[in-house]
Design a protein around this ligand. Structure first.
Ligand SMILES: [Zn+2]
Length: 115
């Protein structure tokens, strides 16, 4: 079975994995971009290199979606990977905890106002 479908413009969204979620559009300067009807992600395509993923990943995403629907182990693997990804995001982008010496300095003492 081939991984490649006949229609290269039937595009699943690489962000939310919605099958056929992407539509290819052109901006007012005739530059291509995609927009997902499900999650709203817009991807601006600048040159042939930025389109390689669109050309190749669609069928891979479809295979993944089909595997998750029919294979419990694949579904569990995806659930674990997704959970690890979001845990990593929270860890990477969480604001740093205040150092112990910073406690109590968040609010400056009131200043006297000259009359
Ligand atoms: Zn999407």
């Amino acid at each position: 079975m081939s991984l490649l479908r006949d229609d290269p413009f039937a595009l699943p969204c690489p962000s939310c994995l919605e099958i056929d979620g992407l539509s290819l559009r052109f901006d007012r300067r005739q530059r291509p971009f995609t927009i997902c009807s499900s999650c709203g992600t817009r991807t601006f395509l600048r040159g042939r290199a930025s389109m390689l993923g669109l050309a190749m990943l669609g069928d891979v995403i479809r295979e993944l979606a089909a595997a998750v629907q029919t294979d419990a182990a694949a579904a569990e693997q995806m659930r674990q990977r997704t959970a690890a990804f979001f845990a990593g995001l929270e860890q990477r982008f969480a604001p740093p905890a205040p150092a112990r010496s910073d406690l109590g300095t968040a609010v400056e003492p009131a200043r006297e106002v000259a009359a």
